[in-house]
Design a protein around this ligand. Structure first.
Ligand code: SOE
Length: 377
């Protein structure tokens, strides 16, 4: 592993920019075997906001033109809004630069396919930032399932509930425009759940045979506010505020998935449940250090605190019981991705895996439009 720092270029400096910049800053202290990196160029449109963010997030350069950055960096993080996922990622890959792209891979299946093809041609490490795969309790759950502790997998149930759009006067944003975002709760939140279900039980239940989906928009237009806080105009909401879906797997197992941005009282409530012939397990992001497990003839769930030193990633942090948080998942994810880059290895989830998520999302939306069960393309 060379000791020349990997220069990281990051498109996007708001929520995900902060989450990944924080992760990069933690690596030297908690993952000293990680490649040395330089937070080199922060990319954004608003020069003033960008300069402030670069100072806060520890970047040495800023750039308002992502194309000008690609030749200056060793790794490209695409943390921009969904409509900016395809073009910059493909350009970086065509220049032979590894890419980590936030989820969902693209607003459309066609866009995702373009990214997968570019990744195959470039043959450099790529990744889609499904960060919940990097929760120690999720890794522990996957170990239990793979070891057969739950027996034959019969059902997987996932729901991702938030409440930030309950107020009809909450401002319009790109996430509410189908042409920009692709979809609403389905692609933003459902992508995580579909990916996590596949990560946990995919090897046990086989391919998805068919899906049935239902998408609903509760508030069909929202205000755009001017700098004075007055309503300048009202724009159409052309995406789902909530979705539900049913999945039939080749093995005969069943999946049921849902997400909502209208679930009053739920802030970032992502839960996964798996039921097998010999037991069940339950995970909740709001209690992310814990996994509820029921196997064999137990009369009820046991709550396991997944913070022992031999639990995935935990030994890098604190002694048992000193719990981790949401931001640690990004540190684990960045460690694995940058190690793959430094060693020329593979990272999971790859663009191909993220494309499989996109196939399911597209099928759910198509089923809703057709009013019938459909098979993912
Ligand atoms: C939506 O509010 C959101 O920020 C998602 O875009 C993220 O992927 C999720 O981790 C938290 O909620």
């Amino acid at each position: 592993m060379t000791d020349t720092p990997l220069k990281i270029g990051v498109l996007g400096y708001r929520f995900m920019g902060r989450a990944h910049a924080n992760a990069l800053a933690r690596l030297p202290m908690f993952f000293p075997d990680a490649p040395t990196v330089e937070r080199h160029t922060l990319i954004g449109r608003d020069e003033d906001a960008l300069e402030t963010a670069a100072d806060q997030l520890g970047f040495t350069h800023t750039e308002t033109d992502w194309e000008a950055t690609i030749d200056d960096v060793d790794v490209f993080y695409n943390l921009g809004p969904n409509p900016l996922h395809v073009e910059p990622s493909v350009a970086a890959l065509e220049a032979g630069v590894p890419v980590l792209c936030e989820k969902p891979l693209a607003p459309t299946l066609a866009g995702a396919e373009t990214m997968v093809d570019a990744a195959a041609d470039a043959d450099v490490p790529v990744g889609c930032a499904f960060n919940y795969r990097f929760v120690p309790a999720i890794r522990y759950a996957r170990e239990l399932i793979a070891a057969g502790e739950l027996g034959e997998i019969r059902q997987v149930r996932g729901r991702y509930l938030q409440d930030w759009l309950v107020d009809p006067e909450a401002p319009w944003a790109w996430r509410m425009d189908a042409d920009l975002a692709g979809s609403g709760a389905l692609g933003d939140l459902g992508a995580h759940t579909v990916d996590l279900a596949g990560f946990l039980v995919g090897d046990m239940v086989g391919e998805i045979e068919r899906v049935s989906g239902h998408l609903q928009t509760f508030v069909d237009e929202r205000p755009v506010y001017d700098d004075a806080g007055s309503v300048a105009e009202r724009r159409e909401v052309s995406v789902d505020d909530a979705y539900t879906a049913q999945v039939a797997y080749e093995s005969g197992a069943m999946g049921s998935f849902e997400a909502s941005r209208f679930a009053t009282g739920h802030k970032n409530d992502h839960t996964i449940e798996v039921h097998g012939s010999n037991g069940s397990l339950r995970f909740s992001l709001e209690r992310l250090n814990e996994l509820e497990v029921l196997t064999g003839d137990s009369r009820g769930y046991e709550t396991v605190l997944v913070t022992d030193e031999d639990d995935p990633y935990v030994d890098r942090w604190w002694p048992p019981g000193h719990v981790l948080g949401w931001e640690h998942t990004f540190v684990h994810e960045n460690y694995e991705f940058l190690t793959a880059v430094a060693e020329g290895g593979e990272f999971s989830p790859s663009f191909a895996e993220a494309y499989d998520v996109q196939r399911v999302l597209e099928a759910i939306a198509r089923s809703d439009a057709n009013g019938e069960w459909v098979t993912p393309k």
